[in-house]
Design a protein. Structure first.
Lengths: 406, 650
């Protein structure tokens, strides 16, 4: 085992963290020669860097998501007299771009990743700030989009990746003193910009992600308690001081009692539940859901894509999506566990926290466990920004793992 | 410090908790509560649409249609599609109103779903089916809509079946009309045969189960139950006889008006004497049933139901007058039943004194001593006054009232038409009840008099005041005068033309009283007989055959030498022996109402014809000529072609 040095700290990977195939790696080299062996090892390492346990769930989720997006948009496009395959093509393109970004990140080394972290973070802040200028466009009450030459980008999605990396870099030296203060500042900047949009869902996810990373980084218990208390106080203040927009208040109130106004504010919540519930064990079959075909659920290809799975694929299909996401997150945490640098460990753990929080908020919202806040289901929902960000996160995970494996 | 390794399992645990929570909730929603949500989803996207059945036809006795369906261009509006337009379809509806030349408000009202606060017209059907807003639109207008779909989004023009009356106004009162149903879409029979035979004619509406999207657009059909068309109603109405009857009635009214009589209305009925079937039933004034097609205009409805005319009233069954001398058939039967011999001879003075009042013969003529035959032929009143007075003095069981009821008066005939009047057979109990009911006002009038009338006609006011005074004091009593009036079908007696016709049918057929029927057969759309309608026998006259035959013989003499001799002058009684009785109902301050009730052939009666002309003059003057015209039209006499088929004339 090769000891690694990083930031002056010696880290020794645990024995059982080393994959078995590596233990049986050929020790002899027929071609001979140290240089040749080194080159070939590198090629093999590139392949070995591909973590199938991570990639397969991600790819399956992207594939399922693309089909569900297609099913949800087909009748809408047909009714509008447009190409029913529009969204199928677009989402396939999104996935391909995402896979390219993932590959690039995977292959970039530890140093490159750290080197790009600060520029990425600053770019993210710039994007979030640009959204608030007249360049940004508004949808569903939040100014979250940038229109770049006909391409709609939601900067808050890549900003999540950048935030995770930046926090990992800042907290790599520990969650005390300067590191802790810096981390709070690093998290507060994008959070503030996002609250100005305002995008409550993304803000919630960022808070959970940052909090999770602070916990993993070893923040002391009393600080955790203090932060949690401050968070609750801030939430209460936001509620009682009227910092929330009316539509946000409405969503939260609707969550408390979705049936109170099934035609108005509770329409989404009610229709989502009804649509998922009508799927039963095995669903109606892809493209054969009448609720989906009848366009009863608004935003069904983006934030409510899980309802398509519920109706058309039934419990079997919807549960499979959750199991795939769970498998992916478990793997992410394993990667964190096996990471050889604090940066890698924190980045992997942060990604796990982010995706877990986002999955819970999205699926919970569909199933009536969380208020209706607009966040996409990772890998599955339609959207270039979200898909690319999620696959970029997989790239970060693979890069961290690659570092541990080499 | 280094990142805390031992805190990762905590995150593991949290992630596991999150996913187990979501999976558990998913199980709950999809499996445990799945059925409930499935039902909710079904209610969301599945709609039931009723498909109206084609209404059955109404045919006459010889299979000729009286009411059928025709395709009329109907403009329908899709509410859902209109609601999707930026101004919720207002502009489209305005353009449509301009094209149809109808007020925008009318179209808008017809599209409003019926609710507790919406008045008619409103839409009672499903909001997911196109709402018809205009029927019978010219083809050119329909083409304009079809050719400019971009100007009329959500508007469609298609032929829809509407009720058609190939013979126009013929038998309009008997056929009745359709009106919007109280529940659901479509129309139901509101009067006449359309109402009585609604269940047969309507058919079974079909239903279609469709999947709709959130905007209400139909995506596909799940199930379809085709409608079962309505059954055909074959009636005993003969369209030709009906036409003859209506023409004769109208002509009689016009002639009476030519003589200066008001002749405000009239009715005529032709019955089959032996079966109780209705062959023709006419009411004047008539109206064109087309006014109902596509919903009646408020102005038309007012015209049909208000004023003196009220053409909607089917006067053959819904109007009642004192039957006057046609009633003597009943009185004769009652008197002979009470012991006055048929062959007896009775004095017919110019007037007969009952108590302190003198009851005059019609015209005041003293006709000498005669038998009952002659009393009927000459329509002597005083003989019947005496019968009534003497029976009133000795018999409190009111034999005349009992006989009148046995002839079917004072009760609905039970004919298969709605809204029938019951007529009235006044007796002691009725008089008392009526007195109690009106006493307060009568006594007030006896005290105050009639100051309004006194200003213009002091004599009339004094007369009315005297009557009111007597009624106030002793109005409860069934007086000898009441009995005298009753015996000649005057006073408080009321009868409908159909009641009189069936009484004469009972006289003609030897004593069988039928509940008349217009409907004869109900046949399925394939022509298969579903059921026959037979007029039920509701009673037998408690009169010996000998007496009935005696009365029939007397009535056969009336057109020859009696009160209808003038009306039947020149009529070939040798070819068709018509027997009948005139009636002239007097009412204070009004012209006489003219009756003629008849049957023929006199020796073997097949049909009964009754006509009444309200305020048309004496019986022989107005009604008898109308009846004569009906008989000659039916039998092809006096240069006419026979309206009755040969089998019914033999």
């Amino acid at each position: 085992m090769t000891p690694f040095t990083s930031g002056g700290t010696r880290l020794v990977p645990r024995r059982d963290d080393v994959p078995q195939w590596r233990a049986h790696a050929p020790l002899t080299d027929r071609a001979g020669g140290v240089l040749t062996r080194l080159r070939r090892d590198r090629r093999r390492a590139a392949l070995r860097a591909v973590d199938w346990t991570l990639l397969v769930p991600a790819l399956l989720l992207c594939l399922t998501g693309t089909l569900l997006v297609w099913s949800a948009t087909r009748p809408r496009m047909e009714a509008a007299g447009e190409d029913p395959q529009t969204y199928l093509k677009r989402q396939a393109a999104n996935v391909l771009v995402g896979l390219a970004v993932m590959t690039a990140i995977t292959l970039s080394g530890h140093g490159a990743l750290r080197a790009w972290t600060t520029p990425a973070y600053l770019a993210g802040l710039l994007g979030l700030a640009a959204v608030l200028t007249p360049l940004g466009t508004t949808a569903n009450g939040a100014q979250s989009w940038l229109s770049l030459g006909g391409l709609d980008v939601q900067p808050s999605e890549p900003a999540k990746v950048a935030l995770v990396l930046m926090l990992a870099a800042v907290l790599a030296d520990g969650a005390r003193g300067r590191g802790f203060a810096l981390a709070l500042a690093v998290a507060a900047l994008p959070l503030g910009l996002i609250m100005l949009q305002p995008d409550l869902g993304t803000a919630m996810i960022m808070v959970v992600t940052a909090g999770g990373m602070l916990v993993v980084a070893g923040l002391r218990g009393r600080w955790i308690a203090l932060l949690a208390g401050a968070g609750v106080a801030a939430a209460a203040a936001a509620w009682f001081l009227g910092l929330l927009r009316p539509h946000q208040m409405q969503r939260l109130l609707t969550f408390a009692d979705p049936m109170a106004d099934p035609q108005g504010a509770g329409y989404n919540a009610t229709q989502a539940l009804v649509t998922v519930g009508s799927g039963g064990l095995f669903g109606r079959g892809l493209f054969r859901g009448d609720q989906t075909g009848g366009r009863f659920v608004p935003e069904q290809h983006t934030d409510f894509v899980f309802t398509v799975a519920g109706e058309e694929l039934g419990f079997a299909g919807a549960a499979l999506i959750l199991v795939l996401l769970w498998a992916l997150l478990r793997r992410a945490l394993r990667v964190a566990d096996g990471a050889v640098t604090p940066f890698g460990r924190l980045a992997a753990a942060g990604i796990a926290c982010w995706l877990a929080a986002q999955t819970f908020v999205n699926v919970g919202m569909v199933l009536g466990l969380a208020p209706i806040v607009g966040v996409p289901l990772p890998f599955v929902s339609y959207g270039g920004s979200s898909t690319v960000a999620c696959l970029a996160a997989v790239g970060v995970l693979m890069s961290v793992r690659r570092q541990a494996v080499l | 410090m280094r990142p805390s390794r031992f805190r990762l399992p905590l995150v593991h645990l949290l992630v596991a908790a999150i996913f187990l929570t979501l999976l558990g909730r998913l199980w709950q929603v999809q499996i445990l509560d799945g059925e409930r949500y499935d039902r909710a989803a079904f209610a969301d996207h599945v709609r039931h649409i009723a498909i109206p059945a084609v209404r059955g036809r109404i045919l006459d006795d010889r299979g000729r249609p009286l009411a059928r369906n025709r395709a009329a261009m109907t403009i329908s509006v899709d509410r859902v599609e209109l609601g999707r337009q930026p101004d919720r379809g207002r502009a489209t509806l305005r353009a449509l109103a301009a094209l149809l030349d109808r007020p925008y408000e009318e179209l808008s009202r017809r599209m409003t779903p019926c609710g507790p606060r919406t008045g008619k017209p409103c839409w009672a059907g499903s909001p997911y089916e196109p709402i018809p807003v205009a029927e019978g639109v010219p083809a050119r207008t329909a083409t304009q809509i079809a050719e400019r779909p971009e100007d009329f989004p959500g508007v469609s023009a298609a032929p829809e079946p509407v009720r058609d009356h190939p013979r126009g106004e013929l038998a309009a009162h008997v056929l009745g009309y359709l009106g919007p149903a109280d529940e659901g879409a479509g129309e139901v029979g509101r009067d006449g045969l359309e109402a009585s035979y609604e269940a047969d004619l309507r058919g079974e509406p079909g239903s279609r189960e469709v999947v709709v999207d959130s905007a209400g657009q139909v995506l596909r059909t799940v199930r379809e139950q085709p409608p079962a068309p309505g059954a055909t109603l074959v009636t005993s109405i003969d369209a030709d006889v009906q036409a003859v009857t209506e023409r004769a009635l109208e002509r009689a009214v016009r002639k009476a008006r030519g003589r200066g009589a008001p002749a405000d209305s009239g009715a005529a009925v032709v019955l089959e004497a032996r079966t109780g079937r209705v062959v023709a039933m006419a009411s004047y004034p008539g109206y064109d049933p087309e006014v109902w097609t596509g919903g009646i205009e408020p102005d038309d409805y007012r015209r049909l139901t208000s004023g003196h005319d009220r053409p909607l009233l089917s006067r053959a069954i819904q109007a009642q007058w004192p039957p006057a001398s046609t009633w003597k058939v009943v009185s004769t039967a009652a008197a002979t039943g009470a012991g006055y011999p048929l062959k007896g001879r009775y004095d017919c003075p110019g007037s007969y004194r009952v108590g302190d009042r003198s009851f005059r013969n019609f015209g005041g003529a003293d006709l000498g001593v005669m038998d009952l035959h002659e009393a009927l032929v000459q329509s002597c009143d005083t003989i019947y006054y005496r019968f009534a007075h003497q029976l009133w003095l000795k018999d409190h069981r009111d034999p005349m009232q009992r006989m009148a009821r046995a002839f079917g008066f004072g009760a609905e005939t039970g004919v298969d038409l709605p809204g029938e009047a019951a007529g009235r057979v006044p007796d002691r109990a009725w008089k008392k009840a009526y007195w109690e009911e009106t006493r307060q006002r009568t006594c007030e009038e006896a005290r105050e008099g009639y100051p309004e009338t006194a200003r213009t006609d002091p004599g009339r006011a004094a007369y009315l005041k005297a009557i009111a005074a007597e009624n106030c004091a002793r109005g409860y009593a069934w007086t000898a005068g009441d009995a005298a009036n009753f015996s000649i079908g005057q006073g408080d007696v009321l009868a409908t033309p159909l009641q009189l016709a069936r009484a004469y049918a009972a006289l003609a057929n030897g004593g069988t009283l039928f509940s008349p029927r217009v409907g004869k057969e109900v046949r399925g759309p394939d022509g298969r007989l579903v059921r026959s309608v037979v007029p039920p026998v509701t009673g037998r006259l408690p009169v010996p055959g000998k007496t009935l035959s005696y009365i029939r013989d007397a009535l056969a003499e009336v057109p020859k030498s009696g009160t209808a001799a003038g009306a039947f002058a020149g009529f070939p009684l040798g070819k068709l022996a018509v027997a009948g009785k005139t009636g002239t109902a007097e009412a204070y301050g009004e012209k006489d109402t003219s009756w003629f009730a008849s049957f023929a052939p006199a020796d073997d009666p097949r049909h009964v014809v009754v006509a009444v002309i309200s305020q048309g003059g004496s019986g022989g003057e107005a009604a008898a000529p109308a009846v004569r015209e009906i008989w000659s039209g039916m039998y092809g006499l006096e240069g006419r072609t026979a309206a009755l088929p040969a089998r019914s004339r033999r």
